[in-house]
Design a protein. Structure first.
Length: 507
C-alpha cells in the first residue's frame, strides 16, 4: 500500500507541474492581463548569424537603453560543426557608430559564452563577436536590430523575431555537438543531365610497365615468391636471372652497354665542336644527342641491375604486380617478358552508355563514382575524361566512355562500380546533399532549420542525382537552411519529443 501511495503521489505532482508549466506559458503571452505586464524573464531576443568561420545562436534580454542585458551565446565552428571549447570571445555592440564591448577569456561551458552588456542609448545596432584563438581571429556579426527606450517596446520588438510552429522539432546545440551534424543552404548552380551507368575498373595501359630479361639465363625467385597482386615499392628486388654458362652472359652484355655509352659520348662531343664552326648540319647534332641518350639509358639500367652473375630484376615503380609470365627455374632468352607492374593508384573507368545519350557525350564535364557505401567525385582523385567511343562496343548498343583517375583501396581492377556521368548545363537548379534527404513510404523530405535548435519536417519533390547531390524540384528554396548531415537523428528526436511532449532544454 505504501508503494502504491508513493506512485500515486508522484503522478499527482507530475500532473500538477505540467499544469503549472502550461499556465506559465499562457500567462507569458497574455497581453490582456492587468498592467499589460512583461519582463525580461518571459521574452528573450533571439540572435542567429553565420560567417565563413562561425555560427552563433544566442538568446538575450530585450535590449533597452541604459539597462544591462544578459546574452547567452552558443558558438559553433562552421568547418566541423563542433563547439568552440577554448579561446576568448569579445561581444561588440555597435549603436549608430558607438561601440560597447565585453571580453570573456574562456567559455562558461563547452561552446557557450555568457555576456552582460549595457547599451548606452536608443538607436540601430548590430552585435559582433570576435573569437581569438592561438593568435588567429574569427568574426561573426548579427543582422541589424533596435535598442529601445523602455521594456515594453523592447519586449514587443523581440517577440517579432520569435519562431512558433506546432510541428517544430527541438534538437539542441548540446545534442548536435555530440554527433555528426551539419546544416547549410541549398546550392543554386547549373546541373546538367546525369547519365547513370555501371563502369569497369581497369589498370590504365599507360600505368603498366613490362619488365623483360636483359640477359639469358635461369629464373630464380630466391627465398620469396612474386604473384599477381603482390604490392611492391620502387626498387624492390623481385627476382633474378642467373646467366652462368649462357652464351650471351651478363658480363659481356654489361661491357657492351658501357662501351656503346662511351662511344656515343665521344661522338656527341665531337659533333658539338664541329657544330660550333658550322661544319656539320644541325641534323647531325640532333641525331648524335638521341644516340647518346639511348646509350646512356641502356648503360645506367644495366649498371643498376646487371652483374657478372646475371640480372637482378627490380620493381620499376611502386604499385602491384599484374602478371607473372615465368616460373621459378625456367630458362629465358634476352628480351623475354618476366612480369608486369602497375603503377600505384592509376586506374581507368570504362562505362557503357546507351545510345539515347549520344547527343550529350560531347558535353561531359565529370563523373561521380559509387562503390560500397562511399561516393566520390572523380575530381577528388585527379580524374579526367580520356575517351568517348566513336562506335558501338561489339555485339551491343552501348557507347564506351572512359575516365582516368587515381585509384584507392575501394577501386579494385576488374571490379564494377556505379557511375554518374555529369554533363554541362546553363540552367541553374537547387540541389542539396543526398545525406539531407530522408524517405518515408515513397515520399521524400528534409528538415528545415527554424533556429539552430528548432527544425521542421518539409516534404520535397526530387529530380535527378549525381550520387552526391540531388535536384530539388519543389518544397524548399535556396534561402532555407536545411540539415545536411544527421537528418536521421533529428527524425529520432521528433519521435522522442512525441513520446515526451515536455522534453526540453534550459540554458
Amino acid at each position: 500500500m505504501n508503494r502504491l501511495a508513493i506512485i500515486a503521489m508522484a503522478v499527482s505532482l507530475a500532473f500538477s507541474a505540467c499544469h503549472n508549466h502550461s499556465n506559465k506559458e499562457n500567462d507569458a503571452h497574455n497581453h490582456s492581463t492587468d498592467a499589460h505586464a512583461h519582463s525580461h524573464d518571459e521574452v528573450s531576443f533571439p540572435i542567429t548569424a553565420y560567417s565563413t568561420d562561425l555560427e552563433v545562436f544566442a538568446e538575450s534580454d530585450p535590449f533597452v537603453a541604459n539597462k544591462p542585458s544578459s546574452i547567452l551565446a552558443h558558438f559553433t565552428y562552421i568547418n566541423s560543426f563542433t563547439p568552440v571549447t577554448e579561446g576568448s570571445m569579445t561581444a561588440i555592440i555597435n549603436i549608430d557608430g558607438e561601440k560597447i564591448e565585453q571580453t570573456i577569456d574562456k567559455p562558461t561551458r563547452t561552446g557557450i559564452y555568457k555576456f552582460t552588456i549595457k547599451p548606452s542609448k536608443v538607436g540601430n545596432a548590430t552585435l559582433k563577436f570576435e573569437h581569438t584563438l592561438n593568435g588567429n581571429k574569427y568574426y561573426v556579426e548579427s543582422a541589424p536590430f533596435k535598442i529601445l527606450d523602455d521594456d515594453h517596446k523592447a519586449i514587443h520588438f523581440a517577440e517579432k523575431f520569435h519562431v512558433e510552429s506546432a510541428t517544430a522539432i527541438p534538437f539542441t546545440k548540446e545534442q548536435s555537438w555530440k554527433v555528426a551534424f551539419r546544416t547549410d543552404y541549398p546550392m543554386e548552380h547549373p546541373f546538367g543531365t546525369i547519365i547513370k551507368s555501371v563502369a569497369k575498373v581497369d589498370v590504365g595501359q599507360s600505368a603498366i610497365t613490362s619488365v623483360s630479361a636483359k640477359v639469358a639465363g635461369t629464373v630464380s625467385f630466391g627465398n620469396g615468391m612474386v604473384l599477381a597482386g603482390t604490392e611492391v615499392k620502387k626498387g624492390d628486388v623481385l627476382l633474378s636471372v642467373l646467366s652462368d654458362g649462357a652464351s650471351n652472359n651478363a658480363a659481356s652484355i654489361y661491357t657492351e652497354a658501357k662501351a656503346n655509352y662511351e662511344k656515343a659520348t665521344t661522338h656527341y662531343q665531337r659533333i658539338v665542336e664541329l657544330a660550333k664552326d658550322n661544319l656539320v648540319p644541325n641534323k647531325d647534332l640532333v641525331e648524335a644527342k638521341a644516340e647518346l641518350d639511348k646509350a646512356e639509358s641502356t648503360y645506367k639500367s644495366m649498371a643498376k641491375s646487371v652483374t657478372e652473375k646475371g640480372q637482378v630484376v627490380i620493381a620499376p615503380a611502386s604499385g602491384f604486380v599484374t602478371e607473372v609470365y615465368v616460373t621459378n627455374g625456367s630458362y629465358v632468352e634476352q628480351g623475354t617478358p618476366l612480369l608486369a607492374v602497375a603503377e600505384e593508384n592509376k586506374v581507368t573507368l570504362t562505362a557503357d552508355v546507351p545510345q539515347r545519350y549520344a547527343h550529350l557525350l560531347d558535353q561531359i564535364e565529370g563523373a561521380t563514382v559509387k562503390t560500397g557505401n562511399k561516393t566520390l567525385n572523380i575530381n577528388e582523385l585527379n580524374g579526367k575524361l580520356i575517351s568517348v567511343g566513336k562506335s558501338l562496343t561489339n555485339g551491343s548498343t552501348l557507347i564506351p566512355v572512359a575516365f582516368k583517375l587515381n585509384g584507392n583501396n575501394m577501386l579494385y581492377p576488374g571490379s564494377l562500380v556505379e557511375v554518374f556521368i555529369r554533363t554541362t548545363s546553363t540552367k541553374p537548379v537547387i540541389t542539396i546533399p543526398n545525406d539531407a534527404i530522408l524517405e518515408d513510404q515513397g515520399h521524400y523530405f528534409v528538415f528545415v532549420q527554424l533556429t539552430p535548435e528548432l527544425f521542421e519536417k518539409q516534404e520535397i519533390t526530387i529530380g535527378q542525382t549525381d550520387g552526391l547531390r540531388t535536384e530539388i524540384v519543389t518544397g524548399i528554396n535556396k534561402n532555407q537552411r536545411v540539415v545536411t548531415k544527421g537528418a536521421i537523428l533529428v527524425k529520432l528526436a521528433a519521435v522522442s519529443a512525441a513520446l515526451d511532449p515536455h522534453a526540453g532544454h534550459v540554458h
